[in-house]
Structures are given as structure tokens and as C-alpha cells.
Ligand binder design. Structure first.
Ligand code: C2E
Ligand code: MG
Ligand code: MG
Length: 628
């Protein structure tokens, strides 16, 4: 039963008429209903005599052949796809390429056929890469991956390549077929993303992230090889000032130039990174296995960099003299977190800054111990207020007749294990951590409450109480309000309160200081300039401050009266105070001779061990009662 009855019938009619053999391809149905391709040959055979001629019909099932043709046609279309294709013989000699191949590589088919794919070699891959590729081909029959190749015009491009081996039924390879598509654009985008993620856009140096990776690798390398490595932490001195005064443009150019100078002084394999701002880190690897020698090597590189950065910079004809402080941390075998290593070098850098800048310092474990100690102290200090471990001691201030005229409130920390901690040991820490704010407020409240309490006793009602205020505390915009509030809350007489300032505090912001002092002066609060003579005393600002008193620093008192230099300074301060109409008091008076000298030179107020040490409140009050 033919599927196309028309064709079939026409064919028969023609066969009956014609002598020639008639051939046709038909789609026929089998008994079961399945379709198949058939080839039909019809031949008219004369039967002899009048007998009707016979038709000899030969029917061949050509379904298999048809399918093979079809596949070939599809294959031919597929071969001319958008992907580049190469077919080679088992030896790798190219026997066919497609048009996409020509478009991508620039080689015409005629140029490629007969060659091997090494024609396209970019030189970007190690022999190892090709060896692995062939290994995979042998084992799995195919390979896939990224490959850099070179076009006829010399340009290198990236492609995604799949190679398959075509094998005969017995397993021997008859051909290799390679298909590839270009991925250069993806690669470039990828590279750009990589650059953004791992490099600093200003200096093109590795950034913190990449540095972390590199340090991690370097540490692993160090444990394998036994060699030391070093981290150099660099921070430009006064960079902020340059940026603020000359502008970011100059700042940026200085940073770029800094990067260039650092790079010029390290080996090609060393990593130079920019952490951000004006901070750079140099990672040195493969130093000596001996830590002492490695330190010398690292110092050498560091010093070279330091000197290079201290050379003047030409910024648009303007000669800028910069410098850098460098901290060095060594690593050797140990498995420390990368952050810790960086912190060590950073700490050493701060030590270099502390040493006057333009210097190089090493991190040493003692530094770490001090750091840990500090951390513990800080944690304790946070709790000190809450746990009532802070106390105010009172040190008497007396006149020439040894009458108590006032007192200075001095902070003490009764630490459960350390005992009585002097303020010099924890006030700087409190300043840095900001803990000074709640502590300072507590001091103010406690002192004012004491003034109020003293007002009801004849022995103490005329005393003025001096309170030390730290720079950070005084700098708060709400400081004046705070003092007013505390005075109001405690009901203390403002004229009994004297605030001690230091010169450095004032210099931070002369105008602001004058404003605050005047505001408090209006309600009766007095001011004394503490540690006078140790700072950058300048007559110009001194005359503008609404002060009541200068307090001669105890360092000038200590060697009185024998040291003539100190004697001159003490006298000068007294004269200056008198001519400015200010009171003057000497602190740290320990001997009769000191007191006599001061008395002779017109200073009649004293504070010191000669009269009384700083005392707990009850003892101080007993002392006052006894001194009357
Ligand atoms: P300062 O204000 O100059 O206090 C005077 C320091 O000299 C006190 O040390 C006192 O004990 C000490 N002193 C007094 N008489 C003599 C003496 O005859 N000989 C010697 N060698 N020293 C004497 P202290 O109590 O250790 O306080 C040190 C510093 O801590 C104070 O210096 C002050 O700057 C600061 N301080 C103390 N209490 C507070 C506070 O409540 N707040 C703030 N911000 N700072 C405070
Ligand atoms: Mg003081
Ligand atoms: Mg003082």
C-alpha cells in the first residue's frame, strides 16, 4: 500500500507505455502500518506473441541509506555552524576546517589543511598544559577547556575548546574533531572584574584582599621552606596635612609616586600593596632561615624604601619633603592569622611614628605583652566605675602660714589585684578609649558633692577645690552645660570650684577655650593653668585667657633652690603671673628650702608632700581640722 497513491499510479502508467526501465522512490506502508523508504524498478518485458507485456518490479528497502544521507546533510549544516571546527587525522594533521574557523583565525581552509593546530599556538601555555590535554584525550576520548591561541594577524585570543576523538568500531582513533568558540571578550571582562576586586585603582597595586591571599601563601611557603618572611607596614608622615592644604590631586600624585618608589626598591617577586589612604604594605619572601639575618635583610629593604621616600617630591614645581614611618614584622613557620601579622607590623609602625617619624621599627614580642596588658587594663577600667573602684583623694593647698586654703582632687583606682593605681597609669588609656568622659563626669560630680558637704563645716567651708579636666572632656561641646548641670544638681557654690587646664589643651582651640572659660567664669567658676612652664607657653594667648592662677610645674620646684636654671624659670613664672594679675601656686613642694625660696620670690601658695600627701576624704578632713 503506497503512502502516495498518485505517484505510484503515474509510475505504473508510464511503465506500461515505455520500454525503458522506470525507477522511483516511494514511501510505502508495511503490513503492520510502519512507513519505509522503498526504491522501485519497473521494466516492461515483452511476453512474445500477443500476450500482454509483463512488468518486472524490483522493490528495495532503502530506509537505512536514506537515513545516512540525511545525517550527512545535517552534519554538513552543523559543520558550517557559528563555532570554529577542525577535523584532523590521527596524527593531528588538519584535513578540514569550516568557515567559522577562517573567520576566527584568519587562516583560509587551503592554508590550514595539511598543517597541525600548532599553527595557532599562542605561546601562553606551558608544555605541561598540552601534555595534560593529550593525556585526557587518551584516557577519556575528549578534552574541554580554555585555550589561548594566536590569529594569523598575530593577535592572541581566548577560546573555549572541545576536542573529541572519533574512533572506529575496533577502537582505533580515525579522526580528532575540535570545536571552539571565542571567549576573549568574556576573558577581558573577567580580567577587569579581577582587577577591580584585587587591585587599587589609583596606584594599580594589589589591595588589602589580594595582600591577604599573598600573605597566606607566603606563610604556607615559609612553613614549607623554613625561610623567614617579613611584612613592612608603611604610613606616610603628615599625609593628611598635605591632602588638606594642597588638595587631593596632590595627595593622589604623591601616592602614585610613593608606589613607584617602593616598587623601585623591592625585588620583582615581592608584593607591594596599598591598604588604602596613605598605608602601604610590602611583603618580603624567601629571606634567610635565620631570624636574626632575616631581620637584617628586612631592615635593609625597609631603610632603602624609607630613604627613597624621604627624597623631595616635585609636585608641579613645588618641592614637597615627605617621609614615611615603617613598622616591620617577621614571620617564620608559625601559623598566625594574617590579621595578627598585619597588626604586629602596624604596631611597630606606630612605634616608628612615636620615635619622631621617618623611622623604621621592628615589632617585638614585648610589645605584644604590653598590648595584652593594656587590653586587660582597659577591660577592667570599663568596670571600675560601675564597681565603685574609683576614688577621689584630696591634697591640701596651703598658704605661707601653712593654713589650708584649698585642695586638689586627684583620682585613684583601687584595683582588686593591682592595688592603688595612680592616674598616670590609666588616664592616658581612658583618654584613648573615651572612657575619660564618664570618668571625668563622675569626678566632677563627686568633687561638687564634696564642695557642698564641706560648706556646712567651718574647717572646710572656705576651701576651693581644684579639679583636673582632661582635653577630651573639655573639648566636648556640652562641657559647659555639663558643669552647670552638676553644680545645680549638687547645690555646690560655683566659686568654690576651680578647673585645672593644661597648655596643650588650650592650644588645640584657643578661641573655643576662651568661649568656654568665659561662660563658666560668668557663674563664678575659677581656672588654674596646671603644669605651667612645660608646654608651649605663649604670652599672646596667656593674656587672653580668663585665668585665675598659674600652677608652677613640680619639675621646676624639684631642684630648687640650688639649680639656677630652674630658679630662674620659677622666678620668671611668678613675676609673669603677678604682672598679669594672676595668683600663683607651686606644686610638688617637698622641702622647707623650696618653700622658703618660693616665699622669698613672692609665691605664697603651695601644694606638696611637705604639707600633705593626697589623702582619702576622711583623712583629709581630719587634717584640715587639725591644721586650724
Ligand atoms: P597634676 O594635676 O599635676 O597633679 C599633681 C600630681 O603631683 C599628683 O600626682 C600628685 O600626687 C603629685 N604630687 C603632689 N605633691 C607632690 C610632691 O610633693 N612631690 C611629688 N613628686 N609629687 C607630688 P597624681 O595624683 O599621680 O596625678 C598625676 C596626674 O594625673 C595629675 O597631675 C593630673 O594631670 C592627672 N589626674 C589626676 N586626677 C585626675 C582627674 O580626676 N582627672 C584628670 N583628667 N586627670 C587627673
Ligand atoms: Mg592638677
Ligand atoms: Mg600639675
Amino acid at each position: 500500500e503506497p503512502a502516495n497513491r498518485d505517484g505510484w499510479q503515474k509510475h505504473f502508467l508510464r511503465a506500461k507505455r515505455d520500454d525503458a526501465k522506470q525507477s522511483i522512490e516511494l514511501i510505502l506502508l508495511r503490513g503492520g502500518g510502519a512507513v519505509f523508504n522503498a526504491h522501485l524498478d519497473c521494466l516492461r518485458i515483452a511476453a512474445g506473441g500477443d500476450a500482454a507485456p509483463m512488468l518486472r518490479i524490483a522493490l528495495t528497502d532503502i530506509t537505512g541509506r536514506k537515513r545516512a544521507d540525511e545525517e550527512l546533510r545535517i552534519a554538513a549544516i552543523a559543520f558550517e555552524s557559528q563555532e570554529g571546527m577542525i577535523v584532523t587525522d590521527p596524527k593531528g594533521v588538519i584535513i578540514r576546517v569550516n568557515r567559522a574557523f577562517t573567520r576566527m583565525t584568519g587562516y583560509e581552509a587551503a592554508e590550514a589543511v595539511g598543517q597541525t593546530p600548532t599553527l595557532l599556538k599562542s605561546g601562553r601555555h606551558e608544555p605541561e598544559f598540552y601534555r595534560r590535554m593529550w593525556q585526557a584525550m587518551k584516557e577519556k576520548g575528549y578534552w574541554q577547556g580554555e585555550m589561548w591561541n594566536r590569529r594569523k594577524n598575530g593577535k592572541v585570543y581566548a577560546e573555549w575548546l572541545t576536542i573529541s576523538a572519533v574512533a572506529a568500531p575496533d577502537g582505533t582513533v580515525t579522526h580528532y574533531v575540535g570545536t571552539f568558540s571565542e571567549i576573549t571578550q568574556n576573558k577581558e571582562a573577567e580580567a577587569k572584574i579581577h582587577r577591580l576586586a584585587y587591585y587599587d585603582s589609583l596606584t594599580h597595586l594589589p589591595n588589602r584582599r589580594l595582600l591577604h591571599d599573598r600573605i597566606g601563601q607566603a606563610m604556607a611557603g615559609s612553613s614549607r621552606s623554613g625561610h623567614c618572611g617579613a611584612l613592612l607596614f608603611l604610613d606616610l608622615d603628615d599625609f593628611k596635612t598635605l591632602n588638606d592644604t594642597l588638595g587631593h590631586d596632590f595627595g593622589d600624585r604623591l601616592l602614585v609616586e610613593t608606589a613607584r618608589r617602593i616598587l623601585a626598591n623591592v625585588r620583582a617577586g615581592d608584593t607591594v600593596a596599598r591598604l588604602g589612604g596613605d598605608e602601604f604594605v610590602v611583603l618580603l619572601e624567601d629571606l634567610s632561615a635565620d631570624a636574626g639575618e632575616a631581620a637584617i635583610q628586612a631592615r635593609l629593604v625597609g631603610e632603602k624604601i624609607r630613604e627613597a621616600l624621604a627624597e623631595p617630591h616635585d609636585l608641579d614645581g613645588f618641592e614637597y619633603h615627605g617621609s614615611a614611618s615603617i613598622g616591620v614584622g617577621l614571620f617564620h613557620n608559625h601559623d598566625e592569622p594574617v590579621e595578627t601579622l598585619l597588626k604586629h607590623a602596624d604596631l611597630a609602625m606606630y612605634k616608628a611614628k612615636g620615635a619622631g617619624r621617618n623611622a623604621l621599627r621592628f615589632f617585638d614580642p614585648a610589645m605584644q605583652t604590653a598590648l595584652d596588658e593594656r587590653g586587660a587594663l582597659e577591660a577592667d577600667l570599663r568596670l571600675a566605675l560601675k564597681r565603685g573602684q574609683l576614688h577621689l583623694y584630696y591634697q591640701a593647698q596651703v598658704d605661707g602660714a601653712h593654713r589650708v586654703i584649698g585642695a586638689e582632687a586627684l583620682l585613684r583606682w583601687a584595683h582588686p589585684e593591682r592595688g592603688l593605681v595612680p592616674p598616670g597609669d590609666f588616664i592616658p588609656l581612658a583618654e584613648e578609649t573615651g572612657l575619660i568622659l564618664p570618668i571625668g563626669l563622675w569626678v566632677l560630680e563627686t568633687a561638687c558633692a564634696r564642695i557642698k558637704a564641706w560648706s556646712s563645716s567651718a574647717a572646710t567651708r572656705d576651701l576651693r577645690l581644684a579639679v583636673n579636666v582632661s582635653a577630651r572632656q573639655f573639648r566636648q561641646p556640652e562641657f559647659v552645660d555639663q558643669v552647670r548641670q552638676v553644680l545645680a544638681q549638687t547645690g555646690a557654690d560655683p566659686s568654690r570650684l576651680k578647673i585645672e587646664l593644661t597648655e596643650s589643651m588650650v592650644l588645640d582651640d584657643v578661641e573655643g577655650t576662651i568661649g568656654k572659660m568665659n561662660a563658666l567664669k560668668q557663674i563664678g567658676v575659677g581656672f588654674s593653668m596646671d603644669d605651667f612652664g612645660t608646654g608651649y607657653s605663649s604670652l599672646s594667648y596667656l593674656t587672653r585667657l580668663p585665668l585665675d592662677q598659674l600652677k608652677i610645674d613640680r619639675s621646676f620646684i624639684f631642684n630648687l633652690p640650688d639649680n639656677s636654671r630652674d630658679a630662674v624659670i620659677a622666678q620668671t613664672i611668678i613675676t609673669m603671673a603677678r604682672s598679669l594679675g594672676l595668683d600663683v601656686i607651686a606644686e610638688g613642694v617637698e622641702t622647707e628650702a623650696q618653700q622658703a625660696f618660693l616665699d622669698r620670690h613672692n609665691c605664697h601658695a603651695f601644694q606638696g608632700y611637705l604639707f600633705a600627701r593626697p589623702l582619702p576624704v576622711e583623712e583629709f578632713e581630719r587634717y584640715c581640722a587639725a591644721a586650724r
